[in-house]
Ligand binder design. Structure first.
Ligand code: ADP
Length: 336
């Protein structure tokens, strides 16, 4: 499709360029040959007079080219113009093909990304749907099922449905983060307020695992989209809680630097293997160990990164296996 569109665009470029260059060539040819045609008709007239012997001296005294020379000149001019137009066609074809490729490249990249996204999302959606289907079909084949078995089945189905709902929510978040660029509502916001609101959203999980989230943060005002930035810290806090054992601690510290603010979220959890570190911000990437330990889809950090990118900030991680991880978010601030 991309190749076809590129060829089509090149042909459109060529048609436009050839139309303009053809028009110029015809106008140029007509303007240049008008004078020649006038000289030719005068020479023909003089030749006729000469042949009748009336004005014998007229032609011999003049330094004018002959009619044949002028006609040959016209022919040469036609050939040159055809040659120039051919050259333009050739050069414009090459340049047009190159430019069409350049114009279409971002669209191709977007389409490729979308296709990849659809294929990844469908793949992830298929697993819980297949489990649901298999469980229900299996039970349907049994002649009799007890109340207890029916309840167990419903419970398991509800878990799968919950997981599906979480996945769909994550996909929607990712889609929103993707189209955030240029659409986000940037306002002056208090960073500690954002951190506290994110903390409140994960308090239930923190209580369940008896993990304290300790926030040490001076008042810092930043220009940000409050909702999406809160989402970033919810993701980081959820991960810190998810990948930590009970009764550990999560520390959140904020520091003002020249022109930016640095927020560190440190946990005492399972850590991330070195070989996974370069990939954890990619969509659908999960480190092998976390797959078996916790529920997740490998989407949280890619959403967080996308949001931080739109805020022109950076997000980095340092981690030691079985020791914990530190996620560092750096955001620009205007210094007044
Ligand atoms: P999810 O947590 O749903 O799998 P994320 O995109 O949030 O997806 O994280 C990607 C992967 O990065 C996780 O699967 C996990 O392996 C690793 N990870 C993220 N945060 C932490 C953390 N605080 N401690 C240990 N591993 C983490």
């Amino acid at each position: 499709m991309f190749h076809q569109a590129r060829i089509k665009l090149t042909v459109y470029y060529l048609v436009i360029i050839l139309f303009i260059s053809g028009l110029f060539s015809v106008a140029f040819y007509n303007a240049s040959t008008k004078e020649i045609d006038r000289i030719i008709s005068r020479l023909e007239f003089e030749r006729q007079i000469n042949e009748t012997g009336m004005v014998r001296f007229l032609l011999s005294t003049r330094n004018t080219p002959s009619i044949e020379e002028l006609l040959a000149y016209k022919k040469r001019m036609q050939k040159t113009l055809f040659f120039i137009n051919g050259l333009i066609l050739f050069a414009a074809g090459g340049a047009g093909y190159f430019l069409a490729g350049k114009t279409l490249q971002p669209i191709k990249q977007m389409v490729d990304e979308q296709n990849q996204f659809i294929s990844d999302a469908s793949h992830e959606l298929r697993t819980p749907i297949a489990t649901l289907q298999a469980e229900m079909e299996g039970k349907l084949l049994e002649k009799k099922i007890s109340d207890r078995q029916a309840r167990l089945l419903i419970k398991s189905n509800l878990e799968e449905l919950g997981s599906l709902k979480n996945l769909v929510n994550r996909l929607l978040q990712l889609n929103k983060a993707h189209y955030l660029n240029g659409n986000h509502q940037v306002k002056e916001t208090s960073l500690p307020e954002i951190i506290n609101s994110a903390k409140n959203k994960v308090l239930a999980l923190a209580k369940e695992k008896q993990i304290t989230i300790d926030v040490k943060m001076p008042e810092i005002i930043i220009e940000a989209d409050k909702d999406s930035l809160t989402e970033v810290f919810v993701i980081l806090f959820e991960n810190a809680l998810k990948y930590s054992s009970a009764k550990t601690k999560v520390d959140v510290t904020g520091k003002k630097l020249p022109g930016s603010v640095l927020v560190n979220v440190s946990d005492q959890g399972i850590g991330i293997p070195q070989q996974d570190l370069p990939h954890i911000f990619e969509r659908f990437y999960r480190a092998d160990k976390s797959r078996s330990l916790t529920e997740g889809f490998g989407l949280g950090l890619s959403i967080a990164k996308k949001i931080i990118d739109t805020h022109k900030g950076t997000i980095k991680v340092e981690s030691k296996i079985n020791n914990g991880s530190v996620f560092s978010v750096m955001l620009p601030i205007s210094e007044n």
